[in-house]
Write a protein that binds this ligand. Structure first.
Ligand code: ADP
Ligand code: MG
Length: 450
């Protein structure tokens, strides 16, 4: 059954829709056992993978079966093999003490990007503190600011700074062990180390480095097992004065679903933020990128780009690349006129774009690490009610939906429930900085998703 063309097609389908790391961790270890009476029975190596698939992939499996002509109405995951494979408490990271079974290496490829250095990083008022502190950390790792916690919106240079620190430290001493990972990679490695019973290898990878950098740490939100493991990793490194650098889209106290002991540790060293750059700095960044590319635009052309792209440096670079490509392809000079022509289709007034209710719901769920069904469901836990009410608020304010329309989008609730939720957020926003921060991040993501 596991080798049948249908099963291969179903897995192939899911592989296309999933990141490589997720596919490897969650989907690859599954096997199709039977297809009876419209029920697909799928075996999985442990309860952890079972829970995850139950929560995140059931619908996708169902769709994939149906797409390939199999009238499946239900997907069930079953844990395979011996009782030892069943680990029932993953919030206790020390529990799965493991013998070294056949070892499958835990992977944590450390990909430090060479071109993200301090030299190629343009300093401005918006990032000066983050920049200076990063330089100090790179000069004296493990002593001054440990951990260093950098936060700020999308595309403002957090990842660039982390790589710059890593590059500086390895350049000064090539023997230093440096590991940069995304939070997703950390989580996946941890889970894989459990499912392959190779915890020792995982610990060796993460607890023996001189410098550990974990990007987008907000994705630890609501992942209890990974939080426990990160807690242990953090303590081990910190006690032996190894440097830890973390980045997130918000300050530690604003990461919901993060254990208090972690968020307080994240503040032990130094917390720095990066704000969106002002016009002058945006122009300076463009000038620097042009120098790197060996291209010369008149200042007015760069100022034009900088005035149009305001929020995010990644987009700024994208617009510049578009302008450069345009000039080269069309054989026109690097001028203001060319830039205007190149960007004419790109710069759409924000208020004319609209996002869909589904994407708003998806982004909110993603942001808080909960599932779509939890978000639109009726459970009243705090972790679910707050994101749900934010979704109500955004659907009304960003998409102009009526209360009854929002009620339908959120699983057929009574529209008075929606009104209540909306008003609740509306009342809090002016005085609550956490609400403001969540909303501004979500609005940014909603815009970016259009
Ligand atoms: P974040 O991790 O905050 O989302 P990145 O570090 O990935 O953002 O930055 C997005 C892009 O913008 C990268 O290509 C990066 O090199 C560039 N960038 C960001 N800030 C600067 C800066 N101050 N100077 C030069 N390039 C920058
Ligand atoms: Mg980043």
């Amino acid at each position: 059954m596991a080798d049948s063309p249908l099963w291969k097609a179903v897995l192939g389908e899911l592989e296309l829709a999933t990141s490589k790391a997720n596919f490897k961790t969650w989907l690859k270890p599954t096997k199709l056992i039977s297809l009876d009476n419209g029920v697909a029975l799928i075996s999985v190596p442990n309860i952890f993978i079972k829970n995850w698939l139950d929560n995140h992939y059931k619908g996708q499996f169902l769709d994939a079966f149906q797409k390939h002509g199999e009238p499946i109405k239900e997907v069930r995951f079953e844990i395979e093999g011996s009782p030892e494979a069943v680990l029932d408490d993953f919030s206790d990271a020390e529990a799965p003490v493991v013998e070294m079974a056949e070892t499958q290496a835990t992977e944590a490829p450390s990909t430090i990007l060479n071109h993200y250095t301090f030299d190629t990083f343009v300093e401005g008022n918006h990032n000066r503190l983050a920049y200076n502190v990063s330089v100090s950390v790179a000069k004296q790792p493990g002593t001054l600011y440990n951990p260093l916690f950098i936060y700020g919106g999308v595309g403002l240079g957090k990842t660039h700074l982390m790589h710059a620190i890593a590059n500086e430290i390895t350049q000064a001493d090539s023997k230093k062990k440096v590991l940069y990972v995304s939070c997703e990679q950390f989580t996946n490695d941890y889970i894989q180390s459990i499912s392959t019973k190779n915890m020792e290898k995982f610990k060796k990878t993460y607890r023996t480095v001189d410098l550990l950098l974990v990007d987008d740490i907000q994705f630890l939100s609501n992942k209890e097992g990974s939080q426990e493991e990160f807690f242990n990793t953090f303590n081990t490194l910190h006690q032996s004065k190894r440097q830890i650098v973390l980045a997130a889209d918000r300050m530690p106290s604003a990461i919901t679903g993060l254990e208090e002991r972690l968020s307080s540790r994240f503040g032990w060293g130094m917390i720095v933020d990066i704000q969106p750059p002002n016009l002058e700095t945006r122009t300076a960044i463009l000038t620097s990128k042009c120098q790197d590319r060996g291209v010369v635009f008149p200042q007015e052309a760069l100022a034009f780009i900088a005035s149009r792209i305001q929020s995010n440096i990644r987009e700024l670079e994208g617009a510049l690349n578009r302008a450069i490509t345009y000039c080269q392809m069309m054989h026109v000079p690097y001028s203001l006129e060319s830039v205007q022509a190149a960007l004419s289709g790109l710069v759409v007034p924000i208020n004319r774009r609209t996002s869909s209710p589904e994407s708003v719901i998806r982004l909110v769920a993603q942001q808080f690490g909960i599932t779509h069904d939890e978000l639109i469901g009726t459970k009243r836990n705090k972790e679910l009610v707050y994101p749900r009410q934010l979704a109500m608020y955004l659907l009304r304010n960003e998409l102009n939906l009526s209360f009854p329309q929002i009620a339908r989008e959120l699983g057929g609730k009574d529209h008075t429930t929606i009104m209540y939720g909306y008003k609740k957020i509306e009342k809090e926003v002016p005085t609550n900085s956490l609400y403001q921060q969540d909303l501004s991040i979500l609005k940014e993501k909603i815009q970016a998703a259009v």
